[in-house]
Write a protein that binds this ligand. Structure first.
Ligand code: TYD
Length: 198
């Protein structure tokens, strides 16, 4: 099973990804946990370029995220799934659809096309989008925003809108959840949804 977590920075997705990976392991399942951008040596280098590096054009940004993702799929995610393991990822292709496709206005379809080729069509079985409003996100991220987080409130709102459009487009796969609910409660809901799914 391939499960991904999505949302604005500060939405609690990292916490939920960790809680789920731990819970699955406690049941004796073999779990590979990963994050994007990153998760491989090349991916971590690309992450640094994307988040701390120079300004770049929008398609260059989308292509770098896709490059890091291609490496992660080829070396980590696909081999794990082929070996029958579960994969839990903190962000995946839907981040690019919401951030680059919608918020940066490149087009959700166009960015999906780039990623479809880069990932050889791999999509998660289930994706949880944790929704928090732009102000909660800003408060939780605090004083050290990365290059993308620095964009401001309007941009964060566009990301949220982008995620809603993506959720509408992939109804069978994407679940929207209220990220302001207590973490334990959210975790239980996520477990329940996954049981329904499998
Ligand atoms: P993330 O690792 O969630 O940041 P943090 O370590 O601060 O929690 O993601 C880094 C940033 O990259 C974040 O602002 C979202 C952005 N991003 C995209 O714009 N497109 C993508 O495809 C991905 C994976 C991330």
């Amino acid at each position: 099973m391939f499960v991904t977590f999505e949302g604005l920075d500060g939405s609690g997705k990292t916490t939920q990804a960790e809680l789920l990976a731990d819970a699955l392991r406690a049941e004796g399942r073999d779990v590979v946990a990963t994050r994007e951008p990153g998760g491989t040596p090349l991916g971590e280098e690309v992450r640094r370029l994307l988040l701390e590096g120079m300004e770049m054009s929008r398609w260059a940004e989308a292509a770098l995220f896709a490059a890091a993702r291609a490496e992660l799929v080829e070396r980590v995610i696909a081999p794990a799934l082929d070996a029958g393991k579960d994969v839990v990822s903190d962000r995946f292709v839907d981040s690019s659809l919401a951030y680059q496709g919608f918020a940066r206005d490149l087009g959700i379809e166009e960015v999906y096309e780039l990623n479809r080729v880069a990932t050889r069509g791999l999509l998660p079985d289930v994706t949880f989008v944790l929704e928090v409003d732009p102000d909660t996100s800003a408060e939780r991220v605090g004083q050290s925003p990365d290059r993308i987080e620095r964009e401001g409130r309007e941009f964060r709102q566009r990301i949220l809108d982008g995620y809603r459009i993506v959720a509408g487009k992939y109804k069978e796969r994407v679940v929207l959840l209220d990220g302001t609910r207590p973490p334990d409660e959210l975790h239980e809901e996520i477990r329940g949804r996954l049981r329904e799914h499998s």
